[in-house]
Design a protein around this ligand. Sequence first.
Ligand code: ATP
Length: 267
Amino acid sequence: MSRHTATPVFEVDNLSWGEGGQAILANINANIASHRFTGIIGPNGAGKTTFLRCLSGFYSPVSGGVSFLNKPLANWPFNERAQRLAVVTQHTDVDRSWSVEQLLATGLIPYKRWFQVNNQQDQDLLTAVLNQVGLADKRQRHLATLSGGELQRALIAKALVQQPECLLLDEPTNHLDSQYQLTLMKWIKRLGISVVASVHDINMAARFCDDLLLFKQGKLLAHGPVSEVFTVANLEHLFDHPVRVDRHPYHDCLWMNFLEQERHHDQ
Ligand SMILES: Nc1ncnc2c1ncn2[C@@H]1O[C@H](COP(=O)(O)OP(=O)(O)OP(=O)(O)O)[C@@H](O)[C@H]1O
């Protein structure tokens, strides 16, 4: 469990979720600290996406509960929640014939009444966010013409237009080349809001996240600052494979390598 004392962005209390009688997440307890970049790591099928769906309210718990900013998730009126919590899923279904500007404008919907048109203040917000994500010159471009990395940034930009206090990201670096992955992770870290993201590349997670949640087979193995939970014991348990953890020679972050099955005893 995290030892941070600041008000958590999420309080997860004995959360379980399943489908057709099958338990997918079991008895998860975690206080997720605010204004930190929290990474969810674990092998395929561990429950990372399912957990994010429970945090976003897309899935209702079978038992237990999730509070967001001190209020049960289910008690948040939809628009009020959308003003504070934004979600970027892995397979965001988006009409590729839209322009970047049209996509971003959908982030304003939680703030609008029916038929209320966008004003200059809204346009200025879109401009500011486009500058922030480095897409100002692509404002009128159709989404179909963007590279994978640009599209991912546009989707996150749409979420930022919602001006959320917390951003949930499901594998934000998926399908991106190494250069884009690095750029995106650096950029997410600089956002300064609460971010909870599932991250497949655990060395990226160790380098950029503040806190980690380690999931395995629907259970939370460990939760805390990277320096405390990114350990040989936790990672070997997580992946059922011998590992080695070092300090990266250039970045000075923790860095894991899988070892051959023959365990090395020199660390
Ligand atoms: N709606 C559902 N109905 C039945 N089973 C589901 C459902 N959603 C997820 N699962 C199962 O729950 C398990 C966890 O899935 P989940 O997508 O949360 O894992 P993950 O850690 O995000 O995996 P990956 O790293 O492969 O994306 C998987 O075995 C998956 O098949």
